[in-house]
Design a protein around this ligand. Structure first.
Ligand code: DAS
Length: 325
């Protein structure tokens, strides 16, 4: 009897440690071809028939909006192809949360789009890339996986929104707000998830979003300077739970009154930034589930909209915590 047809997937390979040559921490990201990587996981053929494409191969630390746009276009085209059941996107871990945020907010996918990567080059003992890639292929091919943007990494399945790389070296460097991983790959477990597709337009020109630290050594004038040099939004990297130093308050209130979108994010690696009375007073938006880099992507996407439109959207998507404390 002929074997049943396997779902067809497109794997967009963009490099990262998953495709690195070399050993230790001084490896060369993105040097191996997807064909060579696939040869290391023959089991992948059980789950899917794979089509390979590599729009670029790089270390994701070098990513710019130009790369995001190329990926967005490639994925949009692939989603329109009825013969494809889903997509896998391999990506360096360093800036994966920005790409994941962009895709989650702009694609409204009709199929699973599964990101993955690695923390160890393939030539290292205990390399995690082959396993992560195999799990991403399986998740994208699984008929029970809902449409949406996901990350599979270190035997866990994460949502794209709320994702952050929270460790520089650990084999599981990712965490997600508000509730951590959605599921696991051992055992294979993905409980039903509520999908909230979002199809924000990609701005015709990428607005400038400043990322400003507010440590003891930083001065609030940075906010005015950002505005004077054309920023449409600013993400503040604040202490603790996005706590605003008193000496910054007047500058923030002036900036928001003159139309700058100002987001309170935290310099802590983990944890949410919730709505706080200071937001009412200063006109800021809390980062909610978003890390500072992810909040910067979100701010760039919503900044072109008037505040009465972007504020409800921001609250609905990034503050899934119910009433403010
Ligand atoms: N520098 C990294 C990158 O490409 C390595 C990684 O993939 O983790 O993001």
């Amino acid at each position: 009897m002929a074997a049943p047809p396997r779902p067809r997937l497109l794997w967009l390979a963009t490099g990262g440690t998953l495709a690195a040559t070399g050993r230790g921490i001084a490896y060369h990201a993105g040097a191996l071809s997807p064909e060579a990587l696939l040869a290391a996981i023959p089991e992948a053929g059980q789950y899917a028939e794979l089509e390979l494409a590599s729009p670029f191969a790089m270390d994701s630390k070098d990513a710019t909006p130009h790369h995001w746009l190329r990926l967005h276009a490639a994925i949009t085209q692939a989603l329109a192809r009825p013969e494809l059941a889903g997509l896998v996107l391999s990506h360096g871990t360093d800036t994966l949360e920005e790409t994941a945020t962009l895709l989650a907010l702009t694609l409204a996918p009709t199929k699973p789009v599964v990101l993955t990567g690695a923390m160890r080059p393939p030539s290292e003992a205990g390399a995690d890339g082959p396993r992560n890639l195999l799990h991403a292929i399986r998740l994208a091919a699984d008929a029970d996986t809902p449409p949406g943007v996901f990350l599979v990494f270190g035997e866990e399945i994460f949502p794209a929104l709320g994702l952050r790389k929270a460790h520089t070296l650990a084999l599981q460097p990712f965490a997600a707000e508000p509730r951590g991983a959605l599921g696991t790959t051992f055992p294979w477990l993905l409980p039903p998830i509520e999908e909230r597709p979002s199809s924000l337009p990609i701005p015709p020109s990428w607005p400038r979003v400043a990322l400003l630290a507010a440590t003891a050594l930083d001065a609030p004038e940075a906010l005015r300077q950002a505005q004077e040099t054309g920023a449409a939004a600013a993400v503040l990297l604040l202490p603790g739970h996005g706590s605003v130093p008193e000496r910054w308050e007047a500058a923030i209130a002036d900036a928001t009154a003159s139309g700058l979108l100002v987001v309170r994010a935290s310099r802590c690696g983990l944890g949410p930034v919730l709505l706080h009375p200071v937001d009412e007073r200063l006109g800021t938006l809390p980062a909610g589930i978003l890390s500072a880099p992810a909040a910067r992507v979100a701010a760039a996407l919503v900044a072109p909209f008037p505040r009465e439109e972007h504020e409800p959207l921001w609250r609905a998507r990034f503050l899934p915590y119910g009433a403010s404390p």
